[in-house]
Design a protein around this ligand. Structure first.
Ligand code: AMP
Ligand code: ZN
Length: 460
């Protein structure tokens, strides 16, 4: 398996630290607002990577932090005049709902920054003791000139480092490279914790260094995030962790390109964003959203459009129809060894594409080729053949996660429940409601047939 390592700027063969196991850290949400689908492009890609490692036989320990204290969360709480914890709780809950809706596998741990202040204090103390940090006007800063490797991840020319100047904000641009804040001195209107080096609160970057180290150790395999995390966030994480621990922090850095709208990054500050509930309200199928987000290679910009979403939905529908037809195969008889061989080699090609820097388009192409080869023979398949192909589809979907993994029986039961509701509405002569339910089902590709023997349904 090989993929692009931001740290070395080349494709590298993956080698895990401990055989068969992977430590994975992904930067989680800053919970000052509802997440938008741009954020989810990164989270869904991270999920795809994790699923592929699991598919390939690795055990993955996945840690995703929750940034529940930083400049933005504090600003929001102050604007609303509410306690910080009350504001962040709401957005943490919403985040978890969206994760489930997008079929993102849960992380093993979701550490929150406010619950790891002692670990951060320890890290800042270590950096002060080793001379990598200094105190100034009640705050503590990291001295970038003390770390020779500073700028390596973001590929910053050492000549452009502005030593001596220090920045207090959590976020700043690459052309303002300077000493960054580890611990912010106590200010009116901000939460604070007591510390030997002065009361205050953590800077954003120290949070991820402290939490990744606690749950994955000082040296682990993979760290991910969106490309906007490369600088300053991940650059600063490396500086803090390596200087405090004296060992290499992370072997592989993987960054997901942005979701954009009209050539600009989808972001809260530009106001050009959609949340997942926004899209669902417009009738989008969450699995189509997931399909859309994964189908463009992670190192390419993805421009969000409703036409694109529609097309993703159509592609997904072809897969769903295929799965449905397989389910309905009833003929008895032997399995065709050639079909089994074709499915096995398709699965191999699918895995090979994914193993090549997560080439999803290639992998999807392989899957659609198999679908196109089997579809014309659908009527000639035996149940044993269908089982082979269904098993194939399940394996592929364990990586893509675009078909609901809910048991089909449960799905059928949901549809039948809706049909019962429609029957009730008709009995009560509420024909508008009955038509509405029929239209909703139609949108999901379910067609109702009113027959003398009652209502029957089928997938389009
Ligand atoms: P934040 O909540 O701003 O800290 O961002 C959470 C994650 O979403 C980070 O990994 C960001 O890099 C990522 N992210 C933010 N905006 C986008 C976008 N438009 N496209 C892809 N990833 C994004
Ligand atoms: Zn982080």
């Amino acid at each position: 398996m090989r993929f692009y390592n931001t740290l070395t700027r080349r494709l590298e063969e993956f080698r895990e630290i401990e055989k068969g196991r992977i430590g994975l850290y992904t930067c989680g949400p800053t919970v000052y607002d509802f997440p938008h689908i741009g954020n989810f492009r990164s989270y869904v890609f991270e999920d795809l990577v994790k699923r592929f490692f699991r598919f390939s036989g690795f055990r993955v320990r996945h840690v995703m932090n929750i940034t529940d204290i930083d400049d933005k969360t504090i600003r929001k709480a102050n604007e609303l005049g509410l306690p910080l914890g009350e504001v962040t709780r709401k957005y943490i809950d919403a985040f978890h709902v969206d994760l489930r809706t997008l079929n993102i596998l849960p992380a093993d741990v979701y550490p929150r920054a406010t619950e790891h202040i002692p670990e951060m204090l320890q890290l800042v103390s270590a950096l002060l003791a080793k001379g990598f940090a200094y105190k100034k006007e009640g705050s503590v800063y990291f001295s970038i000139e003390r770390f020779k490797e500073y700028g390596r991840l973001a590929n910053i020319d050492q000549g452009s480092l502005r030593t001596g100047a220090a920045v207090d904000a959590d976020e700043y641009e690459k052309d303002a490279v300077q000493d960054f804040v580890l611990w912010k001195g106590r200010k009116a209107g901000e939460p604070f914790w007591p510390a030997a080096f002065g009361d205050g609160r953590p800077g954003w970057h120290i949070e991820c260094s402290a939490m990744s180290m606690k749950y994955l150790g000082p040296h682990f395999d993979i760290h991910m995030g969106g490309v906007d995390n490369i600088f300053p966030h991940h650059e600063n994480e490396i500086a803090q962790s390596e200087c405090a621990n004296g060992v290499k922090f992370v072997n592989y850095w993987l960054h997901c390109q942005h979701l954009i709208v009209d050539n600009r990054k989808m972001s809260k500050s530009l106001g050009n964003f959609f949340t997942l509930p926004d899209l669902l309200q417009r009738g989008a199928d969450p699995m189509a959203v997931r399909y859309l987000l994964i189908s463009t290679h992670y190192r390419k910009l993805l421009n969000f459009t409703f036409e694109g979403l529609e097309m993703a939905g159509q592609a997904l529908q072809r897969v769903k129809n295929f799965a449905f037809s397989l389910k309905n195969v009833e003929a008895e008889g032997e399995a065709d060894p050639e079909l089994a061989a074709a499915a096995a080699s398709s699965l191999e090609a699918f895995a090979a594409s994914m193993a090549d820097d997560f080439n999803v388009s290639g992998a999807l192409g392989v899957m659609f080729d198999l679908i196109a080869a089997v579809n014309p023979r659908m009527n000639a398949l035996t149940r044993k053949d269908a089982a082979v192909v269904r098993e194939y589809l399940e394996r592929v979907n364990s990586v893509l996660g675009v078909l609901e993994e809910k048991g089909e029986a449960a799905l059928d039961a949901e549809i039948e429940e809706r049909i019962r509701l429609r029957e009730n509405a008709r009995r009560e002569k509420d024909f508008a409601r009955a038509d509405e339910i029929r239209a909703e089902l139609k949108k999901q590709g379910i067609v109702l047939l009113d027959t003398p023997a009652g209502v029957k349904w089928k997938r389009e």
